[in-house]
Design a protein around this ligand. Structure first.
Ligand SMILES: Cc1cc2nc3c(=O)[nH]c(=O)nc-3n(C[C@H](O)[C@H](O)[C@H](O)COP(=O)(O)OP(=O)(O)OC[C@H]3O[C@@H](n4cnc5c(N)ncnc54)[C@H](O)[C@@H]3O)c2cc1C
Length: 388
């Protein structure tokens, strides 16, 4: 029997023949690990030395994985996606500039998205990442239990104010806010701050969402404890689930400093953790809301089955499927056609500043366990179907 995600006609309906070709050759390129390694090194060098590489990056990886440089650039893509019932999460993906003006700018971008969201049904969420709103070092010190000096305390107060400002505006606009997760050695500070926001703004439903990276073996336990506190204190838990994007870095650091690796022992253990947490959340859906951020077919089928098993509506507003723009359209568009809630992260920002994001995507698609071969296979089948 043909499975839902096998339908490439639905998956790629929005792609012209030439866009289909570009995607095919792009994944053919990033499939090759040495090429990505060399490409990454050359790009980093070129960006550092201000060589004019933006044109080539734009025409290849950038246009495939990003909506544009500004919010306005993204609008045609958002409208196109929404014509197929796929929503967008505008994601200002500039990284690496650790100055107050940049943190304020990131906050403005998130506030803007909330404003857009009030006007456009196609934009049901806003998003930001913790280090977009404050210095990595501050989160790291707090996570490690190290006291901040007077200057740092002032900076941290501003970080908290940024979280509070966007959470409050999201609450007033009734637009849920997704907060990403990053490295374990800074994440506890972010988690604690996010819980404070949940306590304050998730009193009627989940507005503020944290993120659980399920390559971490401690996350089901963490969620159960958070759930208990939420029940005692009267707030809803909002969570985005992902497997996690920093595995190599995590393992390297644990080895270097000799502490227990925070990552699950193998891929199967990560998959089990993801599916266990997803199941726990649906079983307790009256206390929570879940955004399942995954390109894994099995986890996506599991969520469909759980919705059916618990007799929930496919478009229950507490349950969302999420993918990244430029990846796994066969999951997004087929789910949306069936009437499930689907949203794709749509990154935008200056080409140079979104490079760390693009490099993560290239690396993620290179790994053996990655999804490139599947993407290629699907693109190939659709090209054959269209007789390109
Ligand atoms: C909407 C959305 C939002 C996202 N937000 C975040 C975020 O906030 N923070 C973040 O870190 N990432 C985020 N990501 C990225 C996400 O973590 C990766 O896309 C994801 O890991 C890919 O996994 P998958 O569920 O698609 O499935 P798969 O392709 O089945 O899984 C691959 C993942 O499994 C894990 N894995 C692979 N090998 C092993 C191994 N040997 N041992 C243990 N685990 C292993 C790794 O996490 C790897 O990335 C987001 C992704 C989406 C779609």
């Amino acid at each position: 029997m043909e499975k839902l995600f096998d339908n490439t006609e639905v998956a790629f309906a929005l792609k012209s023949n030439s866009e289909l070709d570009r995607a095919f050759y792009l994944f053919e390129m990033i499939k090759r690990e040495p090429l990505v390694k060399i490409g990454t090194a050359v790009t980093k060098f070129a960006i550092k030395t201000h060589l004019p590489v933006e044109g080539i990056i734009r025409a290849t990886v950038f246009d495939h994985f990003c909506g544009g440089v500004t919010e306005e650039d993204c609008m045609p893509t958002i409208d196109k996606m929404f014509s197929k019932n796929v929503h967008a999460v505008l994601d200002y993906s500039a990284e690496g500039k650790e100055v107050e003006e940049q943190f304020d700018l990131a906050m403005e971008k998130t506030l803007n998205t909330i404003k857009f969201g009030k006007e456009k049904e196609s934009l049901p969420f806003a998003v930001f990442k913790p280090t977009g709103f404050g210095k990595f070092k501050l989160y790291q010190k707090i996570t490690a239990g190290i006291y901040l000096d007077a200057h740092e305390m002032v900076e941290w107060k501003r970080v908290k104010e940024r979280y509070n400002t966007v959470s409050k505006v999201a609450y007033e606009a009734d637009i849920p806010l997704l907060i990403d997760a990053e490295e374990t050695w800074m994440q506890t500070a972010a988690d604690d701050l996010i819980e404070e926001m949940m306590k304050k703004y998730n009193t009627k439903k989940a507005i503020v969402f944290g993120t659980l990276q399920l390559y971490r073996w401690d996350r089901l336990d963490y969620l159960k404890k958070l759930h208990k506190r939420a029940k005692e204190q009267g707030f809803y838990v909002g969570m985005k689930l992902v497997r996690g994007a920093y595995m190599e870095k995590e393992r390297e650091r644990a080895t270097k400093f000799g502490y227990k690796d925070p990552i699950c022992i193998d891929k199967a253990a990560t998959d089990k953790m993801y599916n266990d947490v997803l199941t726990y959340m649906i079983e307790n859906i009256d206390d929570m809301a879940v955004f399942s951020g995954s390109h894994n077919e099995e986890s996506s089928y599991l969520l469909m089955n759980l919705i059916e098993k618990h007799q929930l509506a496919k478009d229950d507003k507490r349950i969302w499927f999420g993918q990244l723009y430029g990846m796994s359209d066969h999951i997004s568009y087929n789910l949306a056609k069936e009437g499930y809630n689907v949203a794709k992260y749509l990154p935008f920002g200056p080409v140079r500043d979104v490079m760390p994001y693009l490099i993560r995507r290239a690396e993620e698609n290179t790994s053996v366990a990655g999804q490139t071969n599947r993407e290629l296979e699907l693109l190939k089948r659709e090209r054959e179907r269209r007789k390109i």
